[in-house]
Design a protein around this ligand. Sequence first.
Ligand code: ZN
Length: 322
Amino acid sequence: MKRYDRRRRGVFIPPLLLFLLVLTAAAAAGGFLLRDGAAGKSDMLSAIPAPGGDRPGQQAVTASGIPCTLTRLGEEAVYTGDLLLVNNQILYHFPEEQELVSIYDGKTGSYYVRDTEVYLAPAALEALNQMLDDFRAQGGSKTVNVVAGYRTEAFQQHLFDQSVERNGQAHAEEFVARPGGSEHHTGLVVDFSIFYEDGTSAEYQGMGEYAWINTHCQDYGWVVRYEKDKQSLTGIGDEPWHFRYVGIPHAAVMAEKGLCLEEYTDYLKEFPFDGQHLAVDCGGEQYEIWYCAGTAAYLPDSGEYTVSGNNVDGIVVTCKVG
Ligand SMILES: [Zn+2]
């Protein structure tokens, strides 16, 4: 169904002139990198300009024919977007303003929410509605209860302190994210519980009828963020109730390749603008994805695209093709 392959590198205008310029600049800088072309074929080599050698306004066309312009974005671009990696080592950069909506106000009738004070980023809520509407449509019950969404830094501090008080410092450090280290700060995360009609509740395990959600969530841009076999990378054990929105098509690629967000963030760096791009065929749409180190990124001159920082050192551009 889904197909992922690497695209050959973008073609520059004028390609020969740019290549010579890069070659000259790289030689002046004491060397340059040469990278193998598509799928290891040696007939295609492309020069990767040294970081910092970019010139805003510079234009280029990608392999799919998308005209782009190198655009200098503010530093906040690295710390904004659906692909932010947040963990106890890479803390969330709290913005001055964050767009959030109450799930209670915006949800459909297919599920419950704990109360009126559970918030999400608008795109995440829309994707949540679609996923749980489809879950219901294919026979799932209306028992999914969203018990957590966005968390403030102060609330995470409260959770951490509470855990220290109840179970000690060591336990808290192992099981509770430190303030700033919780993905919930992004507004792109929900925790599910089960709420039965008779008023009782149960922990959400993603099993039985709910397995549909955990196996289809990537079609809606969500991933099961913490899985047991990735604990050494994420620092968090199995949490089948914790879903992270990364958007389509990233969730599909992560699921297909079995990558957690720590791994996926690194994987995307294999697709710099001046190298091969990641081509994704997903849900009837085609996407071209590339990574730009730093705060300058090649952005499409037109068309539908999204930009997200990785919360570390660069920006990912995801563009619909056609
Ligand atoms: Zn959670």
